[in-house]
Design a protein around this ligand. Structure first.
Ligand code: TRP
Ligand code: SF4
Length: 404
C-alpha cells in the first residue's frame, strides 16, 4: 500500500494521438502534476479509446504512446507518487466495459453531445461503428474500475463523466439490492467491533440527519481501513451509510479543470487537428520561429497602427506567461502603437523557450533510456491491475457471475 492509502482517489486518462502541446499542458497536465501530491492518482494512456476514431491506421500507436508518456514525465508527473499505466495492459477495463454495456440504454449514448459533434467534425471517417457509440461506456469502465472520488477533465469531457454517474447509479440500483439488506447491514455494523461500531453509527447519523459530508468521509475511511470484515460486508457498510443499498460502484465527481484559453498560432484554440500547436518538447528555435509568425490583431497591419490586445491571440499567451508589469507594458504599447508586435512577443518567446527547454531536458533521459519507461509502465500496470481486480470481483459477485 502506498503512503497515501486512505486519501481519496483521482483518475484520468488521455488518448495517445501524438506528442502533447502547450494546450494539453495548460488544459490538463499542469493540473495533474499538482493533484498527484494531494490525492492517490491513477493516470493512464487510453489506447483503446484512440482506436475508436483511429482504427483505420494504427501503425504509429506505439510511437504516440511513448511520446505521451515522455511528455507526462517531462511535465513533472512523478511515478513515485502517481500510478501511470496503459489501458490495454489492464484487460479488466474490457470486461467491465462488456458488463456495463449490458445495462446501458442506447438512448443515453446517442444523446452524448460528443457523439454527433465528432461524427460531424470527422466527416472523412466512418464513425457509425459499434465501438465509437460505446466510447462513453468504455470511459465509464475506465473510471468506475478504480472507484475514484474525482475525475479531473476539461469541459469537453464533462458529459462523459455524467454518463458514468448514470451508469453507476443504474448498476447499483439493479445489482445493489438484497432482500434482507437492512438486517445484513446491521450485522455487518456489529462485526466492526465495539468502538468502531459505535463510531460508525454516530458518523452515519451525522451524515444522514445533518448532511455532514465530512462525517460520511470519515465513516467511509473507517470501513475501508478495516480488513477484518468480508468484501461483501464492506460494500454493505458503504451502501448503508448513504441509505440506498450496496454501493458497488460509487459515483465519481467531475473535477473541472480551470483551464486558461490557450490560443494556437492561427488564433483558434490550440489543437492538433488545426495544426497550430507548439509541442511541449519542440525544438526551441522552431518554437521561437513559430511565435514570431503567430497571428496578431489584424488592425495592426503597419507598425504605426494601434491595436487592441483583446483582439489578439498573443495577448492570451501573455495572460498565461507574463507578469503584471509586462502585461501593462503590452497593453499600453499596443494601444498607442508604442511597441511593435515582434517586440511584444519577445518576453513570451523567452518564457516559452525556457519552459520547452526545461521539458526537453527532463524528457531526454527517457528518450535515451527507453527501459526506464518500460519499468515505470510495468509497475503502474501492476498496481492498476490490483485495484481493478478487486472491483471486478465485487462486480462479478453482485451480478451473480460468481458465487457469493
Ligand atoms: N475521453 C478522454 C479524452 O479524450 C480520455 C479518457 C478515456 C478519459 N478514459 C478516460 C478521461 C477516463 C478521464 C477518465 O480526453
Ligand atoms: Fe498583439 Fe502584442 Fe501586436 Fe498588440 S502588440 S497586436 S498584443 S502582438
Amino acid at each position: 500500500m502506498s503512503a497515501i492509502a486512505g486519501t481519496r482517489r483521482v483518475l484520468s486518462g488521455m488518448r495517445p494521438t501524438g506528442p502533447l502541446h502547450l494546450g494539453n499542458f495548460h488544459g490538463a497536465l499542469r493540473n495533474w502534476v499538482e493533484l498527484q501530491y494531494q490525492y492517490e492518482c491513477y493516470f493512464f494512456i487510453a489506447d483503446w479509446h484512440a482506436l475508436t476514431t483511429g482504427y483505420d491506421d494504427t501503425t504509429r500507436l506505439q510511437e504516440y504512446i511513448r511520446d505521451v508518456l515522455i511528455d507526462w514525465l517531462a511535465a513533472g508527473l512523478n511515478p513515485g507518487v502517481a500510478t501511470l499505466f496503459i489501458q490495454s495492459h489492464v484487460p479488466e477495463h474490457a470486461e467491465l466495459h462488456l458488463l456495463l454495456s449490458m445495462i446501458t440504454p442506447l438512448g443515453w449514448l446517442e444523446r452524448v453531445p460528443t457523439y454527433k459533434d465528432q461524427q460531424a467534425e470527422l466527416k472523412e471517417k466512418d464513425l457509425a461503428t459499434y465501438g465509437f457509440l460505446g466510447y462513453p461506456v468504455l470511459q465509464s469502465a475506465d473510471i468506475l474500475l478504480y472507484r475514484p472520488a474525482f475525475v479531473p477533465v476539461g469541459e469537453d469531457q464533462a458529459s462523459h463523466v455524467e454518463v458514468t454517474r448514470e451508469i453507476a447509479r443504474r448498476f447499483n440500483h439493479i445489482y445493489g439490492r438484497e432482500p434482507d439488506f437492512e438486517a445484513k447491514a446491521e450485522r455487518a455494523v456489529k462485526s466492526l467491533g465495539g468502538r468502531n461500531s459505535t463510531a460508525y453509527r454516530q458518523l452515519r447519523r451525522k451524515f444522514q440527519e445533518g448532511g455532514e459530508t465530512a462525517a460520511l468521509e470519515r465513516a467511509q475511511a473507517l470501513v475501508q481501513s478495516n480488513n477484518r470484515i468480508t468484501v461483501a460486508d464492506r460494500e454493505r457498510l458503504l451502501g448503508y451509510l448513504e441509505g440506498s443499498g450496496v454501493s458497488i460502484l460509487p459515483e465519481p465527481q467531475v473535477l473541472l479543470t480551470a483551464a486558461p484559453k490557450v490560443p494556437g498560432l492561427d488564433g483558434r484554440k490550440m489543437s492538433k487537428s488545426y495544426a497550430n500547436t507548439i509541442g511541449l518538447r519542440e525544438d526551441p528555435q522552431a518554437v521561437a520561429q513559430k511565435l514570431r509568425a503567430m497571428k496578431t490583431d489584424p488592425a495592426r497591419a503597419r507598425r504605426t497602427d494601434p491595436g487592441d490586445p483583446e483582439k489578439c491571440p498573443v495577448w492570451d499567451l501573455h495572460k498565461i506567461y507574463s507578469d503584471e508589469a509586462v502585461r501593462s507594458w503590452v497593453n499600453e504599447g499596443c494601444r498607442s502603437a508604442g511597441i511593435g508586435c515582434l517586440e511584444c512577443k519577445q518576453p513570451l518567446i523567452d518564457k516559452i523557450v525556457e519552459e520547452v527547454t526545461a521539458m526537453r531536458r527532463r524528457g531526454q533521459e527517457f528518450e535515451e533510456h527507453p527501459e526506464l519507461i518500460r519499468d515505470i509502465v510495468a509497475e503502474g500496470d501492476e498496481k492498476a491491475r490490483e485495484a481493478a481486480r478487486q472491483t471486478l470481483e465485487d462486480v462479478r459477485r453482485a451480478m451473480h457471475l460468481r458465487a457469493e
